[in-house]
Each structure stands twice: as structure tokens, then as C-alpha cells.
Design a protein around this ligand. Structure first.
Ligand SMILES: Nc1ncnc2c1ncn2[C@@H]1O[C@H](COP(=O)(O)OP(=O)(O)OP(=O)(O)O)[C@@H](O)[C@H]1O
Length: 216
């Protein structure tokens, strides 16, 4: 699979979607061979630090008080040396990104006081700032309202093309995939494969997922 490509990773609860991402982020041991950019995952040195891979987990916690702009600016970590301060230019970049995401009003808010959906938009901003070639997002719209769900899918699919990204996005929101260019990977199917997004493949996969999952 070559960039640019947007892939919606779908499947019943427990189908293995998050497990698939944990393998790609090397947080789970695995058997067999996984290739990223034609290289074995075992042989890649720190894909996050080199800008190859970024990952937005389903549950992302912050246990300390932090302003939104200070959390988002950390997305630029790989351009900084150890203990190097973020510059006024870096914070300007954050401001512009939050403008694009329509959340400029969150800039100076305390992150832990935000709603679940607001927090999810902030994490998305930080991931976009990381600007990795391959982005893994685990249910990034789970807590968003209808407007923001639609908006995030538009943002992600536009971003895929504009910045030549490979985006793998776990989602249960198949309805929001209508009108987008990309693929579906349904991990509930016995032999999952990339299916080109279309009204027909979305409908077929929705019908598939409405059925009781097989017990393995
Ligand atoms: N740490 C773990 N130890 C043992 N089994 C696990 C562990 N984490 C996940 N599993 C199991 O692996 C299977 C796949 O889990 P996974 O979290 O990948 O599912 P998922 O497709 O992401 O589901 P959901 O849609 O509910 O998020 C499940 O049966 C789950 O119980």
C-alpha cells in the first residue's frame, strides 16, 4: 500500500483492530513478518522519532495540569533537541493549526478540564503536528458530535492527499465514510483485504457488521 491512502479499519468489538495497531507500534510481541516501507518492522529504529509513524491511541490520558497549546506543541518533539524550548514560531504553528481545526478557543484552556470530544480534537491536533508519514488513529471520532465526526473525516481524507499520508483509522462510524476516497479493511472477515471505498462496499460492510460476530 502506497501513500497517499486513507484506510478505514473496521470490525466487531474484539476483532483485533487495536491489537493490529499495537503490533505496528511494537507495543505487542508478534510472530511472522511485518513490513513498513519494504523494511521489516523489527529492523526499523524508533519509527516515531524518525517521522515514519505516529499513533493516536483509543484512550490517551494526561495526569498533570497542562494548557492545550503546551500539549499540542509537543507534537513537534522530533524537531527539538533534548531540553530545547519551543519557540514563538512553534506556538504560532499551533495557533494556525487550531484555527484550521476550528478550535482556536481551546488554545489557553486547561486540557484536563475539557470535554471528552474537545480532548479528542486536541489529540488530533498534536498528531497532525507530528506530521509522520504513516498515521494510526484508534477511533479518533468516538466522542465527537455529529458535526465534528463529519468534519474530522473530511480533514483526515483531505490531509491524506495534501500531505501524501498513509492513514489507518479504526472506526465504527461507517456512515461517515460516504463520499471519501480510500479503502475499508474489515478485520471481522475471515480473509481481510483492502476494499475500495464506495457506496456499495460501505453498505456491504455495514450489513456484515450488523450480524452477530463469529465466536472464535
Ligand atoms: N492485554 C491483553 N491480553 C489478552 N488478551 C487481550 C489483551 N488485549 C486485547 N486482548 C484480546 O484480543 C482481542 C482483540 O482485542 P482488540 O482490543 O484488538 O479488539 P478491537 O477490535 O480493537 O475491539 P474494540 O472495537 O472493542 O475496540 C480481544 O478478544 C481482546 O479480549
Amino acid at each position: 500500500m502506497q501513500a497517499p491512502a486513507f484506510v478505514a479499519v473496521v470490525g466487531h468489538n474484539g476483532a483485533g483492530k487495536s491489537t493490529f495497531f499495537k503490533v505496528l507500534t511494537r507495543t505487542l510481541p508478534y510472530q511472522g513478518e511485518v513490513l513498513l516501507n519494504d523494511q521489516s518492522l523489527h529492523h526499523l529504529s524508533n519509527p516515531a522519532a524518525t517521522g515514519l509513524l505516529s499513533y493516536l491511541p483509543q484512550k490517551n490520558m494526561v495526569a498533570f495540569p497542562v494548557k492545550v497549546r503546551d500539549l499540542v506543541v509537543m507534537g513537534l518533539f522530533r524537531h527539538k533537541r533534548f531540553f530545547e524550548q519551543y519557540s514563538a514560531q512553534d506556538y504560532e504553528t499551533v495557533q494556525q493549526l487550531l484555527n484550521n481545526l476550528e478550535i482556536p478557543h481551546l488554545l489557553d484552556r486547561e486540557f484536563t478540564e475539557l470535554s471528552g470530544g474537545e480532548q479528542q480534537m486536541v489529540w488530533l491536533a498534536q498528531l497532525m503536528l507530528q506530521d509522520a508519514a504513516i498515521c494510526l488513529l484508534d477511533e479518533p471520532t468516538q466522542q465527537l458530535d455529529i458535526y465534528h465526526k463529519k468534519r474530522v473525516f473530511n480533514l483526515l481524507t483531505d490531509w491524506t492527499v495534501q500531505k501524501n499520508k498513509l492513514i489507518l483509522c479504526i472506526t465504527h462510524d461507517l456512515v461517515n465514510l460516504h463520499g471519501h476516497v480510500g479503502y475499508i479493511l474489515n478485520l471481522s472477515k475471515p480473509e481481510p483485504q483492502l476494499e475500495v471505498l464506495s457506496a456499495e462496499t460501505i453498505r456491504e460492510n455495514m450489513l456484515y457488521l450488523e450480524e452477530k460476530p463469529p465466536v472464535i
